[in-house]
Design a protein around this ligand. Structure first.
Ligand code: KIV
Length: 273
């Protein structure tokens, strides 16, 4: 089964994403953290692969994204890049690697780009990190912004509930979105905010706005790959659509293997030398 644009084998670039927004073509984006998954996701025709710091949750089993380190993100980034031919690969700069100083932010950004060979980086925040964003872009590194629910700030919020429901937070988000576009970001992720606000941001900005829990009137959608494939269970936010139930499929296959080993059915005559 062919993906929507999998016939178009050209490498996706930041420039092509802006063109997609201009002609009204929606942008598809998923996370990946390893070589094998990235090969499948890329081969299926996805436009953007995010090496998200959600790796902290779904790969390492941490409760939040905060503990993952720069070196761990670099490991995941390198693995993903090796598996990708077409998609634009974006790596998250993890918590604590860009907030302390512009110098540290640029140094860490350059390190990730040099070692992973990724195409771009994603940072969470608006006015608070705008000087770091400007410096990283000045170094020639494309940046995707991230506003709304920012998981690296979860301890500040104390809740994963929908953000920017009140006027003050919505106004700040709008102003941050314009600030990020003016600073030169090539795209913006909006996480878990009211659909009407996301629609307004997408309408006002010329750069693509990619939503997760931000409704359908933005320029593209992103999900965590292990969630949409149904590998993770017990996490069911309203915005998540599960396209498979790999948890059940994998559990069944592994149970069958256990039975076959115990019964002596595996390996058979054809599976040995
Ligand atoms: O880390 C991540 O997976 C993300 C997405 C939820 C956008 O930032």
């Amino acid at each position: 089964m062919a993906g929507y644009i999998s016939g178009d084998a050209r490498k996706v670039t930041t420039h092509r994403l802006v063109e997609m927004k201009q002609r009204g073509e929606k942008i598809s984006m998923l996370t990946s953290y390893d070589y094998t998954t990235a090969q499948i996701v890329d081969g299926a025709g996805i436009d953007v692969i995010l090496v998200g710091d959600s790796a902290s949750n779904v790969m390492a089993g941490n409760v939040t994204t905060l503990p993952i380190t720069l070196d761990q993100m670099i490991y995941h980034g390198k693995s993903v890049v090796r598996g990708v031919k077409r998609a634009l690969v974006v790596v998250d700069l993890p918590f604590g690697t860009y907030q302390t100083s512009e110098y540290e932010a640029v140094t860490n950004a350059i390190k990730v780009m040099k070692i992973t060979h990724a195409d771009a980086l994603k940072l969470e925040g608006g006015v608070e990190i705008i000087d770091a964003v400007r410096k990283i872009i000045a170094a020639g590194i494309p940046i995707m912004g991230h506003l709304g629910l920012m998981p690296q700030s979860i301890n500040k919020y104390g809740t994963y509930t929908v953000r920017a429901k009140d006027e003050a937070e919505a106004e700040k988000l709008l102003s941050d979105a314009h600030l990020l576009e003016d600073a030169g970001c090539f795209a913006l992720v909006l996480e878990k905010i009211p659909a009407a606000l996301a629609e307004r941001v997408a309408r006002e900005l010329t750069i693509p706005v990619i939503g997760i829990g931000a409704g359908g009137a933005v320029d593209g959608q992103v999900l965590v790959v292990t969630d949409m494939l149904g590998m993770t269970n017990g996490f069911s936010p309203r915005f998540l659509r599960r396209y498979a139930d790999l948890h059940t499929v994998m559990t069944g296959a592994i149970q069958q293997y256990v039975d076959d080993v115990k019964n002596g059915d595996f390996p058979n005559q054809n599976e040995q030398y």
